[in-house]
Design a protein around this ligand. Sequence first.
Ligand code: URP
Ligand code: ZN
Ligand code: ZN
Ligand code: ZN
Length: 471
Amino acid sequence: MRKIIKNGVIVTATDMYEADVLIEGEKIAAIGRHFEEAGAEIVDAAGCYIFPGGIDPHTHLDMPFGGTVTKDDFQTGTIAAAFGGTTTIIDFCLTNKGEPLKKAIDTWHQKAKDKAVIDYGFHLMISEINDDVLEQLPNVIEEEGITSFKVFMAYKNVFQADDGTLYRTLVAAKELGALVMVHAENGDVIDYLTKKALEDGNTDPIYHALTRPPEVEGEATGRACQLTALAHSQLYVVHVSCAQAVEQIAKARDKGWNVWGETCPQYLVLDQSYLEKPDFEGAKYVWSPPLREKWHQEVLWNALKNGQLQTLGSDQCSFDFKGQKELGRGDFTKIPNGGPMIEDRVSILFSEGVKKGRITLNQFVDIVSTRSAKLFGLFPKKGTIAVGSDADLVIFDPNIERVISAKTHHMAVDYNAFEGMKVTGEPVSVLVRGEFVVRDKTFVGKPGHGQFIKRNKYGKQTVPKQGSLSI
Ligand code: URP
Ligand code: ZN
Ligand code: ZN
Ligand code: ZN
């Protein structure tokens, strides 16, 4: 089925122009004017931008964590993502020490299969490195199409890996063509500080932030950068929340090291005082790294603007306030860490970033889509609007004003971390590989339409087969 999207303004990471988009099947077949309309479905995008679909490089759907399981699974989570203008996610596949990696990957495929409404890939968590694991890694990359590894430097006795594991993962990734991602916080120091806080009777949610100060993030980020240089490897620091971490990434990049950084919408617009909300409501804002003092926000915005940080992930990891976050009443260390962010990621960056003049429209597209496609081996299949690319498109009205609320969001959780926030701009219609998933703000997608995408190795691109040019 041919579709022609007419009258919109196409915006990519580099360009902006008026043109029509001809879609044939799953692909963009041509961009231009005066296409043969007979037999085609005409979609009017007048007054709207057409963006490449958002790529969220950091989600946790259907993930067991903190004694419970995230509320959003691959169905509710990807529906919410689509409403928010995201057409591809890369989710973290957890592994268990001593278990075959293939088993963990198959478990994650089962979670997503028949549920996802948008496309998805996986990052693989590395919890240990030994000869057995090293033997399996080439297969993970070549056969499974999973070309990024995640190492946790925090969550002691749960996910935390030691420096030897991080270093050996960096060496292996360099050799095999993968990108290493780190959760950079010093887990040992946090373990000491949290135990001490509880001993002193400090149990409220705010102590989550006070026991994970920005220095522990800065220290771990710097350590990961140094180990990357030692291994001549490549590093992507997830969820950067503070000036101390930005400084380490900027220093590493100045030296020419292959270090990249992601921040998240929550760190750009919320601050540490949210954890002090009364009646245990602060628990809604407990995730790691924690929210920071407000002044860090400007540092993060500037880092996005000047390229020290390159991407925006949601770190979607949602737990209900009732019944899940409440597990930590009387002991903040038992509050499941994470928040519901998948739906508002794109809108917040557009409204707070573009509309407020902090970043340009092209930078916005780069940050929410293109750069992640390039770093994670999806480009140019995804992440741009070009002939031969997947027709993953967002028709976005830049002038709609609305208020974010749990009453209207599509995530399965009982609260929204951005409740009451006014934003300008909203995705109106969203297509994934040529099919509408959201049309005129109504869900029209199908669970199972989302496909697993095998990704290219770090730094590699494949030339797409061109769609048939029928102009
Ligand atoms: O608190 C968070 N961020 N939960 C998700 C797991 C992680 O650390 O990314
Ligand atoms: Zn993390
Ligand atoms: Zn995360
Ligand atoms: Zn389909």
